[in-house]
Design a binder for this molecule. Structure first.
Ligand code: 5RP
Length: 219
């Protein structure tokens, strides 16, 4: 099976987690896009969605799926999104698509987090995928120096990229993240950091992992 076929399989499996008559949160990226296309087929069963990026909002609206501003929503049954890496404790690295901040905000409102990804995203220890950090532009050099001082690694400015929030991304290469919760919290304490791509303090509740033998449900 190709990687796209695995992504489609997990997107289909995620439909089982869509709670009728509720608002659901929708992530960003190629796997989330497969999910959006599947969601379109059952759009009449939900109240609507909250999008984690402009790109996702556009795709949802293109299918005629209602998209709500998060400020008008106080309950969300489930958040469904992809990941760049997932460890055995379902802690994730996200933000390869640069949408990490809005993803974390939408997730904060959701009752449940269902992560969908093909099995290439499964790792024993997070960090092979460069860890994205969204940073206020004027703080980028300071934040990069602090990251190296505290954790090592090599922060690289994502070239020519601006987030939906008008900020920049530092991708930190060469980390071995053995304690993702403490690293997530400490990174957030650096002035100028908006969000980092560790989803560990709030990790996934369910990981639908696409394998050549079918979709594995990991909880
Ligand atoms: C975007 C993300 C994505 O979920 C992550 O990059 C995975 O993307 P894809 O499904 O295309 O592999 O965090 O900010």
């Amino acid at each position: 099976m190709t990687q796209d076929e695995l992504k489609l399989e997990v997107a289909k499996a995620a439909i089982e987690y869509v709670v009728p008559d509720t608002i659901i949160g929708v992530g960003t990226g190629s796997t989330a896009n497969f999910f959006i296309d599947e969601l379109a087929k059952i759009k009449g069963t939900i109240k609507g969605t909250v999008a984690s990026s402009e790109a996702t909002a556009e795709r949802l609206k293109g299918h005629g799926i209602p998209v709500f501003d998060l400020n008008s929503v106080d309950e969300m049954s489930v958040y469904i999104d992809g990941a760049d890496e997932a460890d055995p404790g379902l802690c994730l690295v996200k933000g390869g698509g640069g949408a990490l901040t809005r993803e974390k905000i939408v997730l904060a409102v959701a009752d449940k987090f269902v992560c969908i990804a093909d099995d290439s995203k499964k790792v024993d220890v997070l960090g092979k995928f460069p860890l994205p950090i969204e940073v206020i532009p004027m703080a980028r050099s300071y934040v990069a120096r602090e990251v190296v001082k505290r954790f090592g690694g090599e922060p690289v400015l994502r070239d020519g990229f601006t987030t939906d929030n008008g900020n920049v991304i530092l991708d930190v290469h060469g980390l071995e993240i053995v304690d993702p919760v403490s690293m997530e919290n400490e990174l957030n304490s650096i002035v100028g950091v908006v969000t980092n791509g560790l989803f560990a303090a709030r990790n996934a509740d369910v990981f639908l992992c696409g394998t050549k033998d079918g979709v594995e449900t990991i909880t």
